[in-house]
Design a protein around this ligand. Structure first.
Ligand SMILES: Nc1ncnc2c1ncn2[C@@H]1O[C@H](COP(=O)(O)OP(=O)(O)OP(=O)(O)O)[C@@H](O)[C@H]1O
Length: 391
């Protein structure tokens, strides 16, 4: 049974169609990320799942039950936001305890004085305190329980927000850009902690981010949205290696994939200044190719080991120590940027340091083919007749 199912969800705000009939299924215990550019509808979708927002049409099912009419608190969902949303006047322990108090004590028993004398409140308090301590231990914040949010670092506040969400043992854990207020180093640390949390709890996680690295490193599957539509839902490695479209290929991967215009003849392929005879399969509608910056490499001027070799005009080098990112253009494709990762590990750096004139080589098997609309031509292939004959 699916942990969560969305059926044809539509939502507009005024004349803006934010979600245009979105359907997807998330398995029980899965970690799924919703990614996409700002304004594509990620947060709106999360709010619809949580019940904070109602869809104009479509159904939300949790554990097989339609929950469209259920209030947020009856959906057994926890949500963690980017801005933590902690109560500033309460201690960490009180913040984490709050969802349990709300769920287990009637309103009158929560009032400060009644709280002291109500038998129910008095019997339940130690139970809640031990549950809060257990969650705090899990998140390694037990030493902070008496502090207020203002006395915590950003990472600690985020852990408190996670603790407050976790303490209710929700069916579904929703997170809306929970790391975006943290600095880069802390983001990596808390990212790992959230992944571990998912592994140890086994809860279903839906995670919103515009950061593809977060989505790729944490998730079982990633749903890529664009303008309220689902572009592709797949595992991180499938999105990287087998994208449906130029939009997906561009969004996934860093640095961004190179997209180059090409022309295709009956049995040849032109990339920039190079026309290669070969065997083309279903390539007639191909007008652009994709090539990952890590799939191309620097080659010597005499090197003939790759299917394609083009002169490279370097504009900028970014030295990251373990690799150098090159920005430039290929001969004959001056208007299109071409990025290249030059790896220290495979000896490419030496070519960069010693060679005056640079050449980039790549093979047909590394190319992705796209039509004029940016759709992937999956059954298209171009193979080098001469290389094949030589083998
Ligand atoms: N309550 C609202 N009233 C009017 N428009 C809204 C409302 N909520 C969201 N929108 C609009 O809906 C669109 C999608 O917003 P949403 O917050 O879902 O995008 P997002 O993908 O989460 O963006 P971001 O990454 O910037 O948070 C935006 O154009 C936004 O301005």
């Amino acid at each position: 049974m699916a942990g969560l199912e969305l059926r044809n969800i539509r939502k507009s705000f005024g004349s803006t169609d934010v979600l245009k009939g979105l359907s997807l299924e998330i398995a029980d215990g899965e970690f799924l990320s919703l990614v996409g550019e700002s304004g594509c509808g990620k947060s709106t979708l999360l709010r619809i799942i949580s019940g904070l927002e109602a869809p104009d049409s479509g159904e939300v099912l949790i554990a097989g039950e339609v929950v469209n009419t259920a209030s947020p608190k009856d959906r057994n969902i926890s949500m963690v936001f980017q801005d933590y949303a902690l109560y500033p006047h309460m201690s960490v322990a009180q913040n984490i305890a709050m969802p349990l108090i709300m769920a287990r004590l009637p309103l009158h028993a929560r009032l400060p004085l009644v709280n002291l004398v109500s038998p129910r409140a008095r019997s339940i308090k130690p139970v809640i305190a031990s549950e809060v301590e257990a969650v705090a231990r899990q998140l390694r914040i037990e030493h902070l329980l008496n502090r207020r949010p203002a006395e915590l670092s950003g990472g600690q506040r985020q852990r408190v927000a996670l603790g407050r969400a976790l303490v209710r043992h929700p069916k579904l854990f929703l997170m809306d850009e929970p790391l975006s207020n943290l600095d880069a180093k802390l983001r990596v640390e808390v990212r790992k902690e959230i992944t571990e949390l998912h592994q140890s709890t086994g809860y279903t996680f839906v995670y919103v981010t515009h950061d593809q690295t977060e989505a790729m490193t944490m998730s079982h599957r990633v749903a890529l949205l664009q303008k309220g539509e689902l572009l592709q839902l797949a595992t991180p490695s499938t999105l990287y290696a087998d994208p449906n479209s130029v939009s997906v290929a561009r969004f996934i991967g860093s640095p961004e994939i190179n997209i180059l215009p090409v022309s295709v003849g009956a049995e040849d392929l032109r990339v920039g200044t190079v026309v290669h005879p070969g065997l083309a399969f279903n390539l007639s509608s191909c007008v652009q190719i994709g090539l990952r910056p890590e799939a191309a490499r620097l080659v010597g001027s005499q090197d003939v080991s790759t299917d394609f070799k083009l002169a490279y005009n370097r504009h900028l080098s970014e030295d990251l120590g373990h690799e150098v990112l090159l920005h430039g253009t290929l001969a004959g494709v001056q208007d299109t940027p071409f990025r290249l990762r030059v790896s220290q590990a495979i000896g490419q750096r030496a070519v960069l340091d010693t060679q005056e004139e640079l050449f980039v080589g790549f093979d047909c098997s590394d190319l992705l083919y796209f039509d004029a609309q940016g759709e992937r031509l999956r059954d298209a292939r171009f193979s080098m007749a001469m290389r094949e004959a030589a083998q």
